[in-house]
Design a binder for this molecule. Structure first.
Ligand code: BES
Ligand code: MN
Ligand code: ZN
Length: 493
């Protein structure tokens, strides 16, 4: 039985409805420690006896009159933020996922305690509550995976048009994250490049985005030597997909999004270890994030034009696979000596960044599960941010801090360029023993035309996870969708 997840139905109400199975009240530590009355049904002494201290994310459930009351810890007033609110909401929905309906005042309690404004807070609450419930799987028998019942959630507090619009927007964003997670979680043997492209086509048709796909012959005519070189060891043909979102009225600038779409990375002839390729269905996490974000744009209607470029292939070891030492000619005419076939992401991104540059966008962002070295540098949950154009990189950082998808700047020093010098081509596809995230970034920079702002996000760490944590669920995380949607809506040239 395949598990498919759909985002619960959200609504807003001034007061707690009489029929919700779970009524969840946000409680700050100040409120618990003070003298003012707690919400009816919650008794201070009982809560303390149960060990409830109102620390952020703590959930205490008590049955009262046939329904469940939940005390939800919000922590200290000073540390109330969108991030902690999102995490707390995630803990709440995990705790009550077996119940059908939930009503909660989290966002309004936080706003009243002078945390994030209620319109901002509702987005964090919607994201936390729904993303933590995400499931994916092919289990054949009834299991815990199938016991989820939570499908209706009422947000108690403001019912203003602004609040309702914020809820709707957050639901749309959450659907985009869900789509990205589903794509990442689909195994490499079933989400082949043609299937991936077809799924993107269906999404584009549903959402009214312009869709274009190139098959192998068209990719050859376009001289994308990187994509063809990586695909050479595979029996699956490559695809190159382009999506366009066009705003109503005159567009304020053009943003290009590029995503690494490696549907499975075995490493090619420079084969990975068994352990090393276990999770490599996730190597299209960059493309998945771009697809997820594009799917949201028609709902949030940014004023800039957004074009997406998605190179898709797997990296296999067929009899005619690219050999170490082969030289590939990329779309923009530059040549790359392939010394390690496992450094393949940069080869397909080189073509995609070249194509993206030809349309002369104001800025390009690429997302790629590019290097293990970036995980060594920043750990599992933070993306590496590199690029050119300080103002634009700051816009990316601002989007990151608003959405809670963490990034950290790494430099692209000119004098490191010598590390990718090749005796036989314009560059080689690997650097030395150190600074692997940076040498990969330097190579990509060769394919972004001068004068175009460019941000490169190495999401090798945060695109996939082994454990449930806050709103993130084991497997594909959908990292980057929220950041890209925020960036598109705030993009200013
Ligand atoms: N897709 C991998 C990077 C990766 C590793 C992502 C682990 C997520 C988790 C990429 O194609 C790769 O194999 N990179 C090599 C580059 C090296 C050969 C220069 C790496 O990082 O080892
Ligand atoms: Mn690789
Ligand atoms: Zn890869």
């Amino acid at each position: 039985m395949t598990t498919t997840f759909s985002v619960p139905k959200f609504s807003t109400a001034r007061r707690f409805p009489a029929r919700s199975e779970v009524v969840a009240h946000g409680i700050t530590t100040a409120w618990l420690d003070g003298d003012s009355a707690l919400p009816s049904g919650l008794d201070r002494a009982d809560l303390l006896r149960l060990g409830f201290t109102a620390k952020a994310g703590q959930i205490q459930i008590v049955p009262v009159d046939g329904r469940l009351l939940a005390a939800v810890g919000l922590g200290d007033l000073e540390s109330l933020s969108n991030d902690s609110l999102r995490q707390t909401a995630a803990a709440l929905s995990r705790a009550v996922r077996g119940q059908r309906s939930l009503a909660t005042d989290l966002a309004s309690v936080v706003a009243a305690a002078a945390g994030p404004a209620e319109v901002e807070g509702v987005a964090a609450v919607v994201e936390g509550l729904s993303l933590a419930l995400y499931r994916f799987g092919y289990q054949s028998t009834e299991s815990s995976v199938h016991s989820d019942k939570l499908t209706r959630i009422v947000l108690v507090g403001s019912t203003s048009a602004n609040t309702r619009a914020a809820v709707e927007r957050a639901v749309a964003v959450t659907r985009g994250v869900t789509l990205a997670r589903d794509l990442v979680n689909e195994p490499g043997g079933s989400l082949t490049p043609p299937k991936f492209a077809n799924r993107v086509r269906r999404m584009a048709r549903d959402r009214g985005l312009t869709f274009k796909v190139m098959d192998e012959a068209a990719i050859r005519r376009a001289r994308m030597g990187g994509l063809l070189g990586v695909n050479r060891g595979s029996t699956q043909p490559p695809r190159f997909v382009e999506l366009t979102y066009t705003p109503e009225g005159r567009s304020k600038g053009t943003l290009a999004l590029v995503g690494k779409g490696l549907t499975f990375d075995a490493g090619g002839l420079s084969i990975k270890s068994g352990q090393g390729m276990m999770d490599m269905k996730m190597d299209m996490g960059g493309a998945a994030a771009v697809v997820g974000a594009m799917s949201v744009l028609p709902s949030v209607a940014p004023q800039c034009k957004v074009r997406a470029y998605l190179p898709m292939t797997d990296n296999m070891l067929g009899g005619d696979a690219t050999r170490p030492g082969d030289v590939l000619t990329i779309r923009n005419g530059k040549t790359i000596e392939v010394l390690n076939t496992d450094a393949e992401g940069r080869l397909i991104l080189a073509d995609a960044l070249s194509v993206a540059s030809e349309a002369k966008p104001d800025a390009v962002v690429d997302l790629a599960t590019l290097t293990g070295a970036c995980m060594v540098a920043l750990g599992p949950s933070i993306a590496g941010l590199m690029g050119r154009g300080d103002g634009f990189l700051q816009q990316v950082e601002a989007s990151s801090s608003r959405t809670g998808e963490r990034v950290w700047r790494l430099p692209l020093p000119d004098d490191y360029r010598c590390m990718i010098e090749s005796p036989v081509a314009d560059m080689k596809n690997i650097g030395g023993s150190y600074g692997g995230a940076i040498t990969a970034g330097l190579l990509l920079g060769e394919f972004v035309a001068e004068g175009i702002d460019w941000a490169h996000l190495d999401i090798a760490g945060p695109a996939f996870t082994d454990s449930d944590e806050a709103e993130v669920v084991r497997g594909g995380t959908g990292f980057g969708v929220r950041l890209l949607v925020d960036l598109a809506t705030s993009f200013a040239v």
